[in-house]
Design a protein around this ligand. Structure first.
Ligand code: ZN
Length: 186
């Protein structure tokens, strides 16, 4: 099922999301619905607060970019992160242009570490601790921010934030209408 996406200005995006256990009701269906919602909106990641659930669940899906061939691979890389925790930041911090399905029409360069040591559970509740990098690390960090009430525009410089203030206000007021379903503002 394609779910409506919560947009900037909704208090849900500022909440601290709760960890979940194996017996969370209909977890497999929820994960499937989150992937469907993400693909429908052409996203590469989606965190549960963005579909109005304050739980620590993230889906990620993208086609990996190959620097040698300067093209995107045919195989899709998919990840489900349950209760993810960044244990360590590694490597240099780099800028990368980010967007967010909850903040339509705004794209900004965000500084984050290139790689991280991540602890998480997958959809079958297998435990993982891995050093990850590239697109996976980038999207994971963006989505994990959502689980802690943070969005990418919070990470911009005060000057950049001032410059996009009007655009953010347009999202808050509901004037920005993306092609995908969004949760109605009260
Ligand atoms: Zn986002």
């Amino acid at each position: 099922m394609n779910l409506p996406i919560v947009t900037y200005g909704d208090p849900m995006l500022r909440k601290e999301a709760a960890p979940i256990t194996k017996d969370y009701p209909d977890l497999k269906q929820l994960i499937a619905d989150m992937f469907e919602t993400m693909y429908n909106a052409d996203g590469v990641g989606l965190a549960a607060p963005q579909i109005d659930k304050s739980i620590q669940l993230v889906v990620i899906g993208f086609r990996p970019y190959n620097e040698k061939t300067d093209s995107y691979g045919p195989e899709e890389e998919r990840h489900v992160l349950i209760n993810p925790e960044i244990l360590e930041e590694k490597g240099e911090k780099k800028y990368f242009n980010e967007g967010c399905l909850s903040i339509p029409e705004i794209h900004e360069d965000v500084l984050r570490p290139e790689s991280i040591v991540l602890h998480w559970f997958d959809e079958d509740f297998n435990e993982h601790t891995e050093e990850i990098d590239g697109m996976f690390a980038r999207v994971a960090q963006h989505e994990i921010d959502h689980l802690h009430g943070k969005v990418f525009t919070d990470r911009l410089s005060p000057l950049r934030r001032t410059m996009i203030k009007r655009k953010l206000n347009d999202v808050i007021s509901g004037r920005v209408r993306p092609k995908y379903r969004v949760k109605n503002k009260k």
